[in-house]
Write a new protein. Structure first.
Lengths: 314, 314
């Protein structure tokens, strides 16, 4: 059994083509029905404004599977600690023995989440997408844009966040770290007005993006909602989109955007894995609006953990 | 963050009065409604005849909670490896930071499971119970009897197991290790004929114990079933018992004995935690037959892990 810390993990895994390929292969296996993925285990610890989620999946034929434990304690910043944390434990899929423990402190979740956004954009956005609007100014606002650069020729960023200080810090970071010009906006609508791709990255519990904010041809990835009380998209976006994709329908209906759709959602919904496995090209015109809701799946965790452990051991 | 191995853990935690008190306090908190305990996460890995369960619970006011990961890979003995395995991760209930990792390889599960049997017997069996019948001859057949010694004056053991070699090995072990005389029996009925307490400790998928096997005054603990396909008790035992107790009703109905009851179970069912919290004495005569179904709860895991970590740190 091997134990790795965050420093060792960040040295081998990042927002790269091959990490993206590993996560995409996990989604494809899910789409081919080759993945066992139980529902998320979730526990609230209300006295500390905390929660903990456990996700897992086994990809048929893979030697290892991961179990990921993700605590989120939202009063931590008051203590000078990060809200998110966690670790992944890799097990042999042959014997159940512990293979390795990745004390990544949530890093691999950040990476696989950003890569899922890039994978969605690769299959749904216009190939010439060069402008991204980001709602929110946290870590995923950074990583989603960085990951999009793996699949689309991103040249400019538009941001809207409620907190003006964080929005300014984001502008500075993205310009310095990635050389990307960032324009700050007073509203989501304004940020989206010049965007080919829109990514919502907030912990919002009511819509931060509305159908009327979107211009024709936009692709939207909503990655914030992963809990029944969270919601980023006005339901009209789900109803009116030309193409609606989710990472896992059962999750979107319980902890993602479909959970908030009034009544039953009767329109067509594609799963991202199916789309990849079957080489579908759901966007059939540059004017269509495509939407992908990501709630975060265990198969991404197993895929990125297996990828990381192989690199650490190699 | 601290990491402990099995050797360190076995040195501080075993079948003792204070470990029993720790687990009993966990059940009592559950009975008082002070525990958050989500449903078990369970995943099958059928290509390896394996499964993995994740259990957790938070006891209000406690500084730590545990998440336990228990793989069971039932072809492992062919490879010279144990079937059961696992670890517990303790987190701060204030910040979600990892407090410690207990690489106990399933040891603490064995202990807290045996202690739950003793707790059930303390509250349900006759105080003068001195004779135990055990169905099965594995590790729990040993530990359940050893733990019963904490709460009742156990003087003799009767065993029935299908595998005669294992039954003989069990007889030898119990006599040498605990000085307890063990009588081997050709059937469960025969073993139960002289027993005050009966414990079923098998992975059976059809009843190993029948109502007609039980003499008046017996207490039965069924600890084997923890999966929807497992069953140890004939449903008539549940229906006819004077007192029926379960560790967690929702679990008994999905992965325990109540799951196999034909139709809805309409009789009274007590939870073990309620009984402890409310100082109930459900046995009102020495002739009554009491039954407790244990499927294993996350609160036991958090209780034993917290107890162990405190001793390791102290």
């Amino acid at each position: 059994m091997k134990i790795y810390n965050r420093e060792q993990i960040t040295a081998v895994t990042g927002l790269t083509e091959d990490a993206l390929a590993a996560v995409e292969a996990g989604f494809a296996a899910l789409g081919r029905g080759e993945v066992t993925m139980p529902p998320v285990l979730s526990m609230n610890i209300s006295e500390s404004n905390g929660e903990v989620d456990v996700k897992t999946a086994h990809i048929r034929g893979k030697d290892r599977f991961a179990i990921k434990i993700s605590p989120g304690f939202f009063d931590n910043p008051k203590l000078g600690l990060p809200s998110l944390n966690g670790l992944m434990v890799l097990f042999s899929a042959k014997t159940g023995m512990v293979d390795s423990v990745l004390f990544d402190e949530g890093y691999l979740t950040d990476i696989r989440t950003a890569l899922a956004g890039a994978i969605a954009a690769r299959h749904l956005s216009r190939e010439d997408s060069r402008s991204v609007a980001v709602i929110g100014a946290g870590l995923q606002a950074e990583l989603q844009v960085a990951a999009l650069g793996l699949v689309r020729p991103i040249r400019e960023v538009h941001v809207f966040a409620r907190n003006a200080d964080r929005m300014e810090a984001y502008q500075e970071l993205m310009e310095q770290k990635y050389g990307l010009p960032v324009t700050m906006h007073p509203s989501a609508a304004s940020a989206c007005a010049q965007a080919d791709i829109v990514v919502t990255t907030t912990p919002a519990s009511s819509p931060v993006l509305h159908w009327q904010d979107l211009r024709p041809g936009t692709h939207v990835t909503a990655m914030g909602s992963d809990n029944s009380h969270k919601q980023e998209l006005e339901p009209a976006i789900l109803a009116n989109a030309d193409v609606l994709v989710v990472d896992r329908r059962s999750q979107s209906e319980t902890i993602g955007e479909l959970h908030h759709f009034p009544g039953d959602f009767t329109g067509p919904v594609l799963e991202l894995g199916t789309l990849i496995a079957e080489h579908m090209q759901p966007r059939t015109s540059p004017a269509q609006i495509t939407v992908c809701d990501l709630s975060g799946t265990g198969v991404q965790d197993t895929a990125i953990a297996d990828y990381t452990a192989a690199r650490l051991a190699g």
